[in-house]
Design a protein around this ligand. Structure first.
Ligand code: 26W
Length: 819
C-alpha cells in the first residue's frame, strides 16, 4: 500500500535514518555505534537501492501494460559506471536528506561516498559513453536495458613504481557490491563448438540443428538505473558465466577431483576479466567467447520477454531496438538470425528483415588496428552454425553488389564480409553494417571520414542508412555530483532546471561581464583546485600551488592522443627557465593521468617519460616551483570527478582525424576549463559552440595531415630546421632524463625522428605558439574568467540527453513511457 511504501521507502531524513539503521542491524548484524565505514556504506547503499527498486518495479509494471512500447537494448562489452552512491542520491533528490540522516551514525555521508570503489568494467571512452547513455535514457523516461558482462575483474588498478606503470588486479567485488541483485531464476544457456547437421522437419522443410560441444549458463545481475528526478528506473543487466553443473560427477566418482572442477573453472573463465586493450584487439578465442556469451544471453532474454508479453518472433523488432556499441557485440546479427531460423522456424527473408530492423551500429574508431576481425577458423570452431549464417549473409550481399556494379570485382572484394587476403577472416564492421538499418559515427568529422574512407563502398550502396550522432556526457554526474560548488553558483544564477535541460546554461552568458559573478566563479575554481592539490600531495607526495595554471591531460595513454607532444612543450618551458632563471613565466601545474594497455610498450614508456620529467623539474632550484609535473595514478571515473572540476586548461591534442569524438573534452569544458586542441573529433563542434575566441586552436587539419603524408612527410627535416625542437629532442636523447639507463627513451625518440605517424613534430611549433597565447590570456584574469564562463554557458549541446534524443528520433524510433 501507499502508506507502507512511505514508511519503508520514505525520502525524509527520519525515514532514511531508520532505513539505514534497519539494514545495519537486521541485514548486516551490526550495532550502529561500532559499525565500520564499510558497514555504514553498505547500509546506506541498501537503503538507496530499496528506493531505486521501488521505482524499478513500477517501471517494469508500466511496460507490462504497454506491449506496444519499444524498448532500447544497449549492447556493450563495457559499462564504465563509476561510483553509484552520490549519483543515485542526486537523481533521487535526497543528497541533503541523507547527509542529515547520517549525522546519527559514526561516519558521515561524505566519508562513505569517498570510501566507495567503482566497478571498472570498461577501458575508456566507449565504456563511459555507455554509462552516460543509460543515465540519459532513464532521465528521458525511455525504457531501456543495458546488456553486458559482469567481469569478476575489471580494468587493472594502476600503480606508479619508480616512475613506471605497474598493473594490479582489480578486485571490485571484494567488499561486496550492494547495487546489484542476482537473478539465477532468469539464467539462460549458451552453447559453443561442436557441429551442425541438416534435417527435414515434420512439415518437410530443410532445417539445421547445432550439436554443440559445450554448454555454459549465463546468470543475470541487475543494477537499477534511475533517471534524474523522474520515476523511470531502467536496468543494467550484466551476465556472469557459470558451469551448468557445479562439477562433473562421473569424474568425481573415479576419484579425479581435479578433473571434475576443471570444466567449471574453464567455464567461469569466460566472465573472469576485462581485456585491458583500448583500440587494439587481440584475436583471442576467450574474447570471442565473451562477446558471443553476453550477446546470446541478451538476445535470448529479449526474445523470451517478447514472447512472454504475447509477441511473436516476426514482430521482435516492434518491441526491441538494439544498439551495437562498436563491433564487439556484432555477433548478435547471426545470433538473432539463428534463433529466428533454427529455433522459431522463420524463413530467411523474414528473419533478415526482423534482424535489420532490430539493429543499429555505432562505430567508435577509424584506427585500422582497432577494426575487429576474427579468423574464420577460430570463428567456425567456436560458432559453426554462425559461420554458416555469416556465409549466407555474405553470399546474398555479394550477389547484391554484383547486381548493382556488374564486373566490379574489386568492389566485391572490398565489401565482402570475409577478408580473403592472407588468413581468411571475418570483418566485424562489415557484418555490423550488413545487419543494421542504421550506422552512425560519434562526431561530425568522424562520420564524414567514416563515410568517405572506411565505409565509402557501403555509403554508395545505402546512403540513407548513415547518420551522425555526436557524443555527449551526463551533466548530473559530471557537474551536479562532482562539482557542487559550480552547480550551486549556476543554480543561484539561473534556477535549477539546467541539469535536465542543459541548453538553459546559455542564460549564464549575461553573467559573463558581471565582476561579482566572475569573482565567485574564480572562488569555486580555486576551491576545486585546492581539493585536487591535496589529492595530488596525498597520492604522489608532490606539492603543487593552486594559484598556478592547472594544465590537464587525462585519458588513455596512446600515441595518437599525443601525451608526448605535451611533454615536448614542458621541456621547452624547462629549457627556457634553465637558460634564464629570472624569466617571467606563467606558473603551471601540468597534470597527466591515464592507463596504458599492459602490452603497449611505447605507451608505458610515455608514462615513464612524464614521471622522469617530473623528477627533473619539480625540485630544480632554477624552476622555483613555477613548473610542476604530476602523473596522477590510476585515472578512473572517481579520480576524474576530482580532476575535471579543478582544471583551467584542457589538453585535447590528438592528431586531426584520429580521435573519433572524445568525451573528456566535454567534461572539462562543462567545468569551466578552456580547451587547447586540434580540429579533431568533437573539438570542432565544441569550438563552433563556444566561439573561436574562447578556444585555443592549433595544428594541422585532417585534410592537411593526409596531404602532408601523401607528399612524403619527413620528421627529420622538421627536427633539423627547428632549433627549439632540436633542443628538447636532444635533451631526451641525451640520457639526462634517465641517467641510470641513458638509452631508455631511444625508442620514443627514434619513432618520432624516423616515422612520426601522428605528426608530433609537424605540430610542435604551432602547439608551442598556441601555449604562448594561453599564457597571455591567463595573465588577464578577468578575460580568462569571462572565457571560462562562456565555455560553460555554450556547452549545452554536449549533454548526453541531446545525444539520446537524436538516437531516439533518428535511429531507434522510440518514445518515452510515463505513468
Ligand atoms: C580491444 C578492441 C577495442 C577496440 C576499440 C577496444 C576498444 C575500442 C574502442 C573503440 C575504444 C574507444 O573507447 N573509443 C572511443 O570511443 C569514445 C566514445 O565514442 C570516443 O569519444 C573516443 O574518441 C574513442 O576513441
Amino acid at each position: 500500500s501507499d502508506a507502507e511504501h512511505r514508511t519503508r521507502t520514505g525520502l525524509d531524513p527520519e525515514s532514511l535514518r531508520r532505513a539505514v539503521r534497519d539494514h545495519l542491524f537486521y541485514f548486516q548484524g551490526r550495532h550502529p555505534a561500532t559499525a565500520s565505514v564499510n558497514d555504514c556504506y553498505l547500509a546506506v547503499a541498501y537503503a538507496v537501492r530499496d528506493r531505486l527498486f521501488q521505482h524499478g518495479v513500477q517501471s517494469l509494471d508500466l511496460l507490462l501494460h504497454r506491449p506496444d512500447a519499444r524498448i532500447v537494448a544497449y549492447l556493450s562489452a563495457e559499462f564504465l559506471m563509476g561510483p553509484q552512491l552520490a549519483a543515485n542520491l542526486v537523481n533521487l533528490g535526497i543528497l541533503d536528506a541523507m547527509r542529515e540522516a547520517m549525522t546519527a551514525f559514526p561516519h558521515d555521508l561524505d566519508r562513505l561516498i569517498d570510501h566507495e570503489e567503482e566497478p571498472g568494467l570498461g577501458n575508456g571512452g566507449l565504456g563511459r559513453l555507455a554509462a552516460c547513455y543509460l543515465d540519459s535514457l532513464a532521465t528521458l523516461e525511455v525504457p531501456a536495458i543495458g546488456y553486458g558482462i559482469r567481469y569478476e575483474f575489471g580494468i587493472f588498478n594502476q600503480q606508479i613504481r619508480d616512475g613506471w606503470q605497474v598493473e594490479l588486479t582489480d578486485k571490485w567485488l571484494h567488499l561486496g557490491y550492494p547495487w546489484e541483485i542476482a537473478r539465477p531464476e532468469r539464467a539462460v544457456e549458451v552453447r559453443f563448438g561442436g557441429t551442425t547437421e541438416g534435417y527435414t522437419d515434420a512439415d518437410g522443410r530443410y532445417r539445421v540443428r547445432w550439436n554443440a560441444a559445450e554448454i555454459v549458463m549465463g546468470v543475470p545481475h541487475d543494477t537499477p538505473i534511475l533517471g534524474y528526478r523522474v520515476k523511470t528506473c531502467n536496468l543494467l543487466r550484466l551476465w556472469r558465466a557459470e558451469a551448468v553443473q557445479s562439477f562433473d560427477f562421473a569424474s568425481f566418482n573415479v576419484g579425479e577431483y581435479g578433473r571434475a572442477v576443471e570444466q567449471q573453472v574453464s567455464t567461469e573463465t569466460i566472465s573472469k576479466v576485462l581485456y585491458p586493450n583500448d583500440a587494439s584487439p587481440q584475436g583471442k578465442a576467450l574474447r570471442l567467447k565473451q562477446q558471443y556469451f553476453f550477446v546470446s544471453c541478451a538476445i535470448q532474454d529479449m526474445l523470451r520477454s517478447h514472447i512472454r508479453f504475447g509477441g511473436t518472433p516476426d514482430t521482435f523488432h516492434h518491441r526491441w531496438a538494439a544498439q551495437l556499441n562498436d563491433t564487439h557485440p556484432a555477433v548478435a546479427v547471426p545470433e538473432l538470425m539463428r534463433l529466428l531460423l533454427d529455433e522459431h522456424g522463420l524463413e530467411w527473408d523474414a528473419a533478415w528483415e526482423v534482424t535489420q530492423k532490430t539493429f543499429g551500429y555505432t562505430n567508435h574508431t577509424l584506427l585500422p588496428e582497432a577494426l575487429e576481425t576474427w579468423s574464420v577458423d577460430l570463428f567456425g570452431a567456436l560458432l559453426p552454425r554462425h559461420l554458416e549464417i555469416v556465409y549466407e549473409i555474405n553470399r546474398r550481399l555479394v550477389d547484391g553488389v554484383r547486381r548493382v556494379y556488374p564486373g566490379d570485382e574489386g568492389r566485391v572484394r572490398r565489401m565482402s564480409l570475409i577478408d580473403e587476403s592472407g588468413r581468411r577472416s571475418i570483418r566485424m564492421a562489415h557484418l555490423a553494417c550488413a545487419g543494421s538499418h542504421a550506422v552512425n559515427g560519434v562526431a561530425a568529422l568522424h562520420t564524414d571520414l567514416l563515410k568517405t574512407q572506411v565505409l565509402a563502398d557501403w555509403v554508395a550502396m545505402r546512403p540513407d542508412r548513415f547518420h551522425n550522432v555526436t557524443n555527449g556526457v551526463t551533466p548530473r554526474r559530471f557537474m551536479v555530483v562532482s562539482n557542487p560548488g559550480l552547480s550551486g553558483l549556476i543554480t543561484a544564477a539561473i534556477g535549477d532546471g539546467w541539469p535536465s535541460r542543459l541548453e538553459a546554461l546559455r542564460e549564464l552568458e549575461r553573467f559573463a561581464d558581471d565582476p561579482d559573478f566572475r569573482a565567485r566563479w574564480r572562488d569555486v575554481k580555486r576551491e576545486n583546485k585546492q581539493r585536487l592539490a591535496a589529492a595530488i600531495e596525498q597520492r604522489t607526495g608532490i606539492v603543487v600551488y593552486p594559484d598556478s595554471l592547472f594544465d590537464v591531460q587525462v585519458k588513455r595513454i596512446h600515441e595518437y592522443k599525443r601525451q608526448h607532444l605535451n611533454v615536448l612543450h614542458l621541456l621547452t618551458l624547462y629549457r627556457r627557465l634553465k637558460a634564464d632563471p629570472s624569466l617571467d613565466i606563467v606558473p603551471r601545474t601540468v597534470v597527466f593521468g591515464g592507463k596504458a594497455a599492459p602490452g603497449y610498450f611505447i605507451a608505458k614508456l610515455m608514462i615513464k617519460l612524464v614521471t622522469a620529467v617530473g623528477a627533473l623539474v619539480n625540485d630544480d632550484p632554477d624552476v622555483r616551483g613555477r613548473l610542476k609535473v604530476v602523473f596522477f595514478p590510476n585515472f578512473n571515473v572517481k579520480v576524474g570527478q576530482i580532476i575535471y572540476p579543478a582544471a583551467d586548461l584542457s589538453e585535447q591534442i590528438s592528431t586531426a582525424g584520429q580521435e573519433a569524438s572524445g568525451t573528456g573534452n566535454m567534461k572539462f569544458a562543462l567545468n569551466g576549463a578552456i580547451t587547447i586542441g586540434t580540429l579533431d573529433g568533437a573539438n570542432i563542434e565544441i569550438r563552433d559552440e563556444v566561439g573561436p575566441e574562447n578556444f585555443f586552436l592549433f595544428g594541422l587539419t585532417a585534410d592537411e595531415v593526409r596531404l602532408r603524408k601523401a607528399a612524403g612527410y619527413d620528421p627529420r627535416a622538421v627536427y633539423e630546421s627547428n632549433p627549439v625542437l632540436r633542443g628538447v629532442i636532444d635533451l631526451i636523447a641525451s640520457g639526462a632524463l634517465s641517467p641510470d639507463d641513458p638509452s631508455r627513451f631511444r625508442p620514443l625518440v627514434d619513432g618520432l625522428l624516423w616515422h612520426d605517424p601522428f605528426m608530433v613534430l609537424a605540430d610542435f611549433q604551432a602547439y608551442v605558439d598556441c601555449q604562448a597565447q594561453v599564457d597571455a590570456l591567463w595573465r588577464d584574469g578577468e578575460a580568462w574568467t569571462r572565457a571560462s564562463i562562456l565555455n560553460v554557458a555554450r556547452m549545452g549541446k554536449f549533454s548526453s540527453d541531446r545525444s539520446i534524443r537524436d538516437y531516439c528520433e533518428r535511429i531507434w524510433h522510440v518514445e518515452p513511457v510515463r505513468a
